[in-house]
Design a protein around this ligand. Structure first.
Ligand code: UD1
Ligand code: CA
Length: 465
């Protein structure tokens, strides 16, 4: 029978070096908390829900992760070995392997974890450590090998001798252990080191002393093991994740003009031949179609964009946009905006919780809130959908091919019929029938010769002084 694989994620630490009020693992990389990436990768390789060891600000971490993981609680952060001990109850009756991951290392890939498990099975190892060769090993535990090149022990940076500090092969803090051997070895752990902590890394030496085989797997891509301890490392990992995500879009046929300055979330889907300019932030579950041009500086969140859409310098939240529509510059589509095909949403247009039919033009300076706007409607410059009376929001309906002149107020609830016209500057408070013209403004008066009369009156007053 194939052995089962489980996983433990260490996330109880405070992350002192982040200088933050927030638990370290909830800081964001490419739009998601660091731990999100680790949980996803762990879930891919485990036969059961991953166990997350929480401690510092445990409630915040649990609130974010919810019930897609199991939890172990570490009341005091006494070290990584102690943290794993806290997970013991979750493995009481389990056999097989457990992959241990650091909650602060989000670049790890599931294929690397699978390789570690295969390595452990093939070599009958009690433990396999994922190592990496790095230019600057400062702060990391070092992999100490014997004359045969076999793993001897792991020495923490602070406990390392000058000679050991020169070693550039580092411990990733990602391991694959035989479950039974791990927990029996953890019982022999002590905290006689520079930090007075129970180090998980000491399990290697303990196993070796008992004649249990231990192995090392060196990560082919050293970036995968990068841990985040500081804000500078957060920025570095963010950049690497960003480039990884962007590369995968480019491989699928998306043009990303400047991958260093394009911010696309892990779950975003983009169709081929779409071009993404720099300065875009595309987040959440956004799906963008084919042949779109996403000009610079948009923020697009949880939205579905059709094919051939052009968007520039706009904010689009929880909305849908049909094929061949253009948006912006400087448009704001707030949640619940459903825009049809071939629509034009121009500059300084705000839309909220409204549907806009195919071929409608809303070219400039307009607010549409809580409305149903039909097809091929024209909203002139400066139209305002007056949807709020101070207590309640009301809906407006504008039917197909209606023409709303510039600077019109539509005071909801109100309905404008098909092909109706509304004169510029009107404030509409009553329904407008189909094909009617509504004018709701004061009639213009021209006072002939008024300027001349005024001047004479003024000069007459001055001559009396
Ligand atoms: C650890 C390793 C080090 C390795 C490095 C890789 C040990 C002793 N050292 O050092 O060899 O090179 O990771 O990044 O294991 N945690 C707990 N409870 C604790 C302490 C830590 O849950 O009591 C968690 C932290 O939240 C974090 C992870 O374990 O997610 C690693 O802890 P951290 O303090 O960052 O260890 P490092 O000093 O980086
Ligand atoms: Ca760390």
């Amino acid at each position: 029978m194939e052995k089962q694989v489980f996983s433990v994620i260490l996330a109880a630490g405070e992350g002192t070096r982040m200088k933050s009020n927030r638990p370290k693992v909830l800081h964001q990389v490419c739009g998601y908390p660091i731990i999100e990436y680790v949980v996803r990768v762990a879930s891919e390789v485990s036969d059961d829900l991953p166990v997350v060891v929480v401690g510092h600000k445990a409630e915040e971490v649990k609130q974010y992760l919810g019930d897609r993981v199991r939890y172990a609680y570490q009341p005091q952060q006494l070290g990584t070995g102690h943290a794993v001990m806290m997970a013991k109850p979750a493995f009481e009756d389990k056999e097989g392997y457990v992959v241990v991951l650091a909650g602060d290392a989000p670049l790890i890939r599931s294929c690397t974890l699978q390789q570690m498990v295969q390595h452990a099975v093939a070599g009958r190892y009690g433990a396999v450590v994922l190592s990496a060769f790095v230019d600057d090993p400062t702060g990391y535990g070092r992999i100490v090998r014997n004359e045969n090149g076999d793993l001897e022990r792991i020495v923490e940076h602070r406990d390392a001798t000058g000679e050991q500090q020169k070693i550039r092969e580092i411990n990733s803090s990602i391991y694959c252990f035989d479950i039974q051997l791990l927990f029996s070895s953890l019982e022999k752990l002590n905290n006689s080191n520079s930090q007075g902590e129970y180090y998980l890394t000491d399990v290697i030496e303990i196993m070796k002393r008992q004649g249990i085989k231990v192995g090392v797997l060196m990560a082919q891509d050293a970036d995968e093991v990068l841990g985040i301890n500081t804000r500078a490392q957060l920025a570095e990992v963010d950049r690497k994740m960003r480039l990884r995500i962007n590369r995968s879009h480019m491989e699928k046929g998306v043009t990303i003009i400047d991958p260093e300055h394009t911010y696309i979330g892990l779950d975003v889907v983009i169709g081929c031949d779409t071009v993404v300019y720099p300065g875009n932030v595309i987040e959440g579950s956004t799906v963008i179609g084919e042949d779109c041009v996403i000009y610079p500086n948009n923020r697009i969140v949880n939205s579905v964009i059709g094919n051939g859409v052009k968007i520039q310098a706009s904010v689009i939240l929880d909305s849908r946009i049909g094929d061949l529509t253009t948006v912006g510059p400087y448009a704001y589509l707030r949640p619940g905006s459903v825009i049809g095909s071939g629509v034009r949403i121009g500059d300084f247009v705000e839309i909220k919780n409204s549907t806009i039919g195919d071929g409608t033009k809303i070219s400039h300076l307009t607010y549409v809130g809580d409305a149903e706007v039909g097809k091929e409607v024209n909203l002139g410059c400066g139209v305002v959908f007056v949807n709020y009376d101070g207590f309640k929001k009301h809906r407006t309906v504008v039917e197909d091919r209606a023409f709303i002149g510039c600077n019109v107020n539509l005071v909801a609830p109100v309905k404008v019929g098909r092909e109706a016209y509304i004169a510029a500057g009107s404030t509409i408070t009553e329904d407008v029938p189909d094909k009617a013209l509504a004018i709701a403004r004061e009639r213009q008066i021209n006072k002939q010769g008024w300027v001349e009369r005024r001047r004479q009156k003024f000069q007459g007053m001055q001559s009396h002084e």
